[in-house]
Structures are given as C-alpha cells and as structure tokens.
Design a protein around this ligand. Structure first.
Ligand SMILES: NC(=O)c1ccc[n+]([C@@H]2O[C@H](COP(=O)([O-])OP(=O)(O)OC[C@H]3O[C@@H](n4cnc5c(N)ncnc54)[C@H](OP(=O)(O)O)[C@@H]3O)[C@@H](O)[C@H]2O)c1
Length: 310
C-alpha cells in the first residue's frame, strides 16, 4: 500500500494558491537522501510559480531536518543525522527526497530554523558576489535589500571590502542592514545620490533604469529579480545615465559551481558566526498561506521560516 504524508500543493482557488493535503510519500532514488523535514523557508520566486504551477510541481526548495533513509549509491550520511538541503521542489512537506549532492550536514550549534533559511537566499547572495566581479573598495548599490538575499549579500560583500548602499523601505530595516555592514541605507531609489561601480537590482519597474543611471560610465548592473512584478522600463529620450555600462541578467543556478560546495561554505560561515541569517518570521507550517501573504505584503524583514509538526 502507498505510504502517504502531508504536503502543500498548488491550488489556484485557495489562500496564497496553496492547500495542505495528503500525497504519496517520496520514493527514494539511488542517488537521493530522504529527509524528515523539520523546517522550510518560503521564497518570493516560489510564490510566483504558485500562480501558474506546472503539472506535478510542488513548492519547496529550502529544507532542514533529519536523514530518514539513503539511496543505494549514497555514502557519508547516517540515519538521524541533521542536514540542510536544496531540492528542486516539493520541500513544503513532511518528507522530501533530495539528490545527495545538494544535502549538507549541520553542525550541532546551527538550529533547524536558521538552517532552513540558508539555501536559496544564501546561494543567491554568494553567487551574486561572483557575478559582480571583485568587490574590494567598490561602491555597490543594492535594491530590495531587506529580504533574505539582501541581508546575506550585504555581509558577504562587506567582508570583501565593498561599500554597500542599500534600498530598504524604512529606518528599522536600514538600521539592521547598517549593523550587518552596509555603509549607507536609503528608503527609496529616487533619493539615491552619487555614482556606483556596481548596482544590483531586483525590484523592477522604474528601479532598473534609476539604478543604471547611478552607475559610473563603465559600471556593471546585475539584474536578478522583479519583486514588484512590473517590467523594467527604459526611456531612450530621457536618459541620464552613462553610455557603456554592462547589464548582466543573473539566475543563481547558472553559476557552474556545485550547489553542495557553495551550501557547505555558507553553513560553515553561519556556524562560525561570520554570516548571520536574518529570520524575520517563524511560524507553524499550517500557517504557510499567512506567511506567504506577510512576505508578499512587505511586512517582514529577512527570511520566513515554517516549523513542521509531524
Ligand atoms: N535571479 C535569481 O537567481 C534569484 C534568486 C533568488 C531570489 N531572487 C529575487 O531576488 C529578490 C530578493 O529575494 P529575497 O528572497 O530576498 O526576497 P524578499 O524576501 O521578498 O525581499 C525582497 C525585498 O524587495 C522589496 N520589495 C518587495 N516588493 C517590492 C516592490 N513592489 N517594490 C519595491 N521593492 C519591493 C522589499 O523590501 P522593502 O519592503 O523593505 O522595500 C522586500 O523585502 C526577489 O525579487 C527574488 O525574487 C532572484
């Protein structure tokens, strides 16, 4: 008989487009680890996918928990071991099967909630520091800075010597980003002054052009999201920016480095307290729709994490 478990599935008619239901427990492939999920985080991009889900897709790319079984080809994991993982999908559930090369062991001092917030936001921030090129003493402008990606990026970039200016909606958010290494925080892109070597833009609408206009002549714009959902606009006849800046579109999985290696580095930095993961909201996983609405309503700073009760 098929073993069943609880999991969130897409449902266009439900609050936040998801419904908690019974699905078949995952079958384990030879190269996978089965994880009994303790916590997962919710990412803005996943909430967009929920609006137009593909058949058989379920949300969930960031999980922490315990190893419940290992595939026949997998070595190096023990049953009951605490881990963090980055599956392609289906992690908002009691159990998830993940390719072993995307599973990383957790040290004792790193709790499940913090761990669950590391993968997608942490990998994106880490890989953005590669996409920018060298950061030592570079002036960097970061929009949409008050989410999980922004908090991690500010710390990783500051540690490399960058002078980061962030855009975040209010003083409290700005204050926290300064504590973590930003040199300047500004509530809206319209209030930015001066020029930057690098700009990172993820909010969309007029912000992309505004960020570009604040670049030095040969600066670099890394375009990595569209939180507002509004397409970026450029006006040829009203252009105040330089003439030869580079625009680079960024997707974190285009970076060829192995996910497991980068995730292991992030876990080590967090365990050594050299990278702080800002978790702004932690609730029971039955509250996932409310948590999504809080995130989309810009009412949270940092990551949103759900604790799973089995
Ligand atoms: N390209 C990739 O590979 C990749 C990977 C991961 C994430 N992303 C994208 O990167 C961005 C940051 O990720 P995240 O997980 O940190 O997201 P997040 O937690 O949702 O944070 C995004 C921040 O952007 C600001 N924002 C939200 N809606 C906005 C709007 N309508 N207009 C202006 N600002 C808005 C908010 O800050 P304030 O309210 O303080 O302004 C919010 O805290 C997102 O857009 C996400 O989709 C891209």
């Amino acid at each position: 008989m098929t073993e069943m478990m609880k999991a969130w599935v897409p449902d266009p008619g439900a609050t936040a487009h998801i419904r908690l239901t019974e699905v078949a427990k995952p079958e384990l492939a030879a190269d996978e680890v089965l994880i009994r999920v303790a916590a997962y985080s919710v990412n803005r991009g996943e909430t967009f996918l929920l609006e137009a889900p593909t058949p058989s897709w379920r949300p969930g790319k960031d999980v922490s928990g315990r190893v419940a079984a290992v595939g026949s080809d997998v070595q190096g994991y023990e049953l009951g071991q605490r881990v963090v993982a980055h599956p392609d999908q289906a992690g908002w559930a009691e159990w998830v099967a993940v390719k072993a090369d995307r599973v990383v062991a957790l040290p004792d001092g790193l709790d499940d909630v913090t761990a669950a917030a590391i993968p997608l936001a942490g990998l994106t921030a880490l890989r953005l520091t590669r996409a920018t090129g060298p950061l030592a003493a570079r002036r960097v402008l970061l929009t949409g800075a008050s989410g999980g990606v922004g908090h991690a990026f500010v710390q990783l970039a500051a540690a490399q010597g960058a002078r980061v200016t962030t855009i975040a909606a209010n003083d409290e958010r700005g204050h926290r980003l300064r504590e973590l290494g930003a040199v300047e925080t500004i509530p809206s892109i319209e209030e930015v002054t001066g020029l930057f070597d690098i700009a990172l833009e993820s909010t969309g609408g007029a912000a992309l052009a505004a960020a570009w206009e604040h670049l030095v002549a040969d600066g670099r714009l890394v375009w990595f999201g569209q939180a507002s959902r509004s397409p970026a606009t450029l006006d040829f006849f009203n252009w105040k920016g330089g003439m030869s800046a580079t625009l680079r579109k960024f997707y974190y999985l285009d970076d060829p480095s192995p996910v497991g290696v980068d995730l292991e580095s992030l876990v080590r930095l967090v365990a050594q307290q050299r990278l702080h993961i800002e978790v702004g909201l932690t609730v029971d996983w039955r509250e996932t729709p409310v948590a999504i609405e809080t995130l989309l309503g810009r009412r949270v700073r940092g990551n949103v994490v759900l604790r799973v009760e089995h």
